[in-house]
Design a protein around this ligand. Structure first.
Ligand code: DAH
Length: 341
């Protein structure tokens, strides 16, 4: 008898624990304490138990009644308080979407590190700048035809007696003389990466883009140093097997001036369908013109220097092998593009 009672108690507690609604709980309560419930029946039959055992069984039965009633009321409260009765902790979580740096920012960081590794110092100069720094000090007086290439945005401000109008920097070369003035006397090893602005928009141009500009000035700097630096960049940024080549060109602020090409990744300079003649154009470079050194108060008889500069977006697209049909996509915030990088 005792054993039956204890089993009954344990079973009931387990069933109560398994319930998830008040209705299920009520059913169990009826099965135990209802008119023909199990506990009710046993209580009724207690009088048939022989005297010796009756007292002990009676106490046990009372105990079980109390316990079950407590368990039922606790469970009932729990059900009332909880909105969710079951939670599967093993379900994999949903990760929140997190962003990352824009591809142009990634490119800037990488270009910057490549040059910083060999001693260049990162600089930034105003994007709204005096004409003098953007053109005049770079050997391009206001009536010079070469200026037409830099389709410049002019800012509507009164002219400065020495520095002239204000412009949105059309190239990072505007930082050259600024850097000479900041540093004072050479050595100078600048890498200036900044936004540039030109009045042009089509599939391969955007009115705002980025350039990086290198400037090195010291005693005895020659074209050999320029070539070495460009080759270093080509190998470290694009890959071990890449080379550069210099083609004569004309810029007002360098003499001699060059256009820099990089060997095609596919055919290594031999010529293929992709590059046509084996080389891809990167940008401009040259030996700093003596007039530019003078504008920065550096003596061209003592010091020489080289400079180079070109577009971040283009360089990055060449590295990534990106074939973006329209450069404007890079700034479109279209996640189908952005999430790929
Ligand atoms: N500033 C030139 C441009 O925007 C590029 C350039 C050419 C930069 C020659 C240089 C250089 O530093 O030496 O087209």
């Amino acid at each position: 008898m005792k054993e039956t009672l204890i089993n009954l108690k344990n079973q009931a507690i387990a069933q109560i624990g398994d319930t998830s609604t008040q209705e299920e709980l009520e059913t169990i309560r009826q099965e135990m304490f209802g008119r023909s419930g199990k506990i009710t029946k046993i209580t009724r039959e207690l009088k048939n138990v022989n005297k010796e055992e009756r007292k002990e069984i009676g106490i046990l039965l009372n105990d079980i009644k109390n316990t079950l009633q407590n368990v039922i009321s606790t469970k009932s409260n729990n059900l009332k308080n909880s909105t969710r009765t079951w939670f599967d902790v093993t379900i994999p979580g949903k990760k929140p979407k997190i962003g990352h740096l824009h591809l142009v920012t990634q490119a800037i960081d990488e270009i910057s590190k490549t040059f910083e590794n060999v001693g260049f110092v990162r600089a930034r100069y105003p994007e709204v700048e005096w004409d003098w720094f953007a053109f005049e000090s770079l050997n391009m007086p206001s009536d010079h035809a070469a200026r037409d290439e830099w389709e410049t945005f002019f800012v509507d401000t009164p002219k400065h007696p020495k520095f002239g109008s204000m412009v949105l920097t059309p190239h990072t070369s505007s930082g050259q003389v600024r850097e000479m003035m900041r540093v004072g006397s050479p050595p100078i090893r600048m890498i200036n990466i900044a936004k540039c602005y030109r009045r042009q928009i089509d599939v391969s141009h955007y009115p705002m883009f980025h350039q990086f500009e290198g400037l090195v000035i010291d005693k005895g700097i020659s074209i050999v140093n320029l070539k070495g630096t460009l080759d270093y960049f080509a190998k470290n940024f694009f890959g071990e097997n890449r080379k550069t080549r210099l083609r004569p060109y004309n810029f007002q602020f360098t003499e001699p001036s060059f256009e820099v090409d990089i060997s095609c990744d596919i055919c290594s300079g031999n010529g293929c369908k992709l590059c046509k003649e084996g080389w891809l154009e990167l940008g401009g470079a040259g030996m700093v013109h003596p007039d530019v050194l003078k504008a920065g108060k550096i003596d061209p008889k003592v010091y020489t220097g080289f400079a180079f500069g070109w577009g971040v977006e283009r360089t990055f697209m060449m590295k990534a092998g990106l074939n973006i049909p329209d450069i404007r996509l890079m700034y479109s915030s279209d996640l189908r593009i952005l999430t790929q990088y």
